[in-house]
Design a binder for this molecule. Structure first.
Ligand SMILES: C[S@@+](CC[C@H](N)C(=O)[O-])C[C@H]1O[C@@H](n2cnc3c(N)ncnc32)[C@H](O)[C@@H]1O
Length: 200
């Protein structure tokens, strides 16, 4: 697990990606009914996206689990859930060993995690995601894009997304749309891709 370096990024106040509210793209998706059933937030950080999805309680039957390697982030996320009276589980897990969760999910969100992994790490992560995503379930990936100007620190091309998720490893990329990721360092966000990927 790569938890210790990540944990340190939460020690002295919010890290650059932690904007203290859901990413606008995730808020829009949630309001359009994009989340259903058991929902997994991969690399949830301090939980704003997971908490937002859980707070909508639409449709009924929706449950939300967020995981991360950073214990400090998880402690903050649990405190927010308690303060806001929102039911969300936040657990420690390594994105490369999600089978350890022993659960499956209908909707999976990756907001800013995929783009932190290099090309050699992606196959292991993608296989791990496949092991916990229901067939016909949906994975949403919001990642920095290479479509500048002002690209974020780990820009990803559409080709890299399509190479990582393909029918040979159990995925079908349904759509890749241009988006923005808000950060503490960008006034108007950084260019991003919003990918909708079906588990087949
Ligand atoms: C760029 S942050 C995004 C956090 C959150 N999704 C958000 O939008 O604020 C990436 C998160 O992934 C977590 N992470 C990195 N590697 C991980 C791994 N192998 N397993 C689980 N979480 C990991 C980090 O601790 C960090 O919280």
């Amino acid at each position: 697990m790569t938890g210790l370096p990540w944990d340190a990024s939460y020690h002295d106040g919010p890290p650059p990606w932690d904007i203290g509210r859901p990413q606008p793209a995730i808020g829009r998706l949630a309001s359009e009914g994009g989340f259903a059933g058991a929902v997994l937030d991969a690399g949830c950080g301090t939980g704003e996206n997971a908490l937002h999805v859980a707070s909508l309680r639409v449709p009924s039957g929706l449950s939300v689990l967020g995981f991360d390697v950073a214990e400090t982030a998880l402690a903050i996320a649990r405190q927010k859930a308690a303060d806001r009276g929102i039911e969300v589980e936040f657990v420690t897990a390594d994105a490369f060993h999600l089978e350890c969760l022993r659960r499956r999910f209908q909707t999976v969100l990756d907001c800013g995690l995929f783009h932190t992994f290099d090309g050699s790490e992606r196959p292991g992560y993608v296989a791990s995601l496949a092991s916990v995503t229901e067939h016909d379930g949906t994975l949403y990936v919001l990642c920095f894009s290479d479509d500048g100007p002002d690209t974020g620190p780990h820009p990803i091309s559409q080709e890299e997304l399509r190479a990582a998720f393909n029918p040979s490893n159990g995925w079908n990329v349904a759509a890749i749309e241009p988006e923005r990721i808000q950060t503490r360092f960008h006034d108007h966000g950084a260019p991003a891709w919003f990918a909708t990927i079906k588990r087949i």
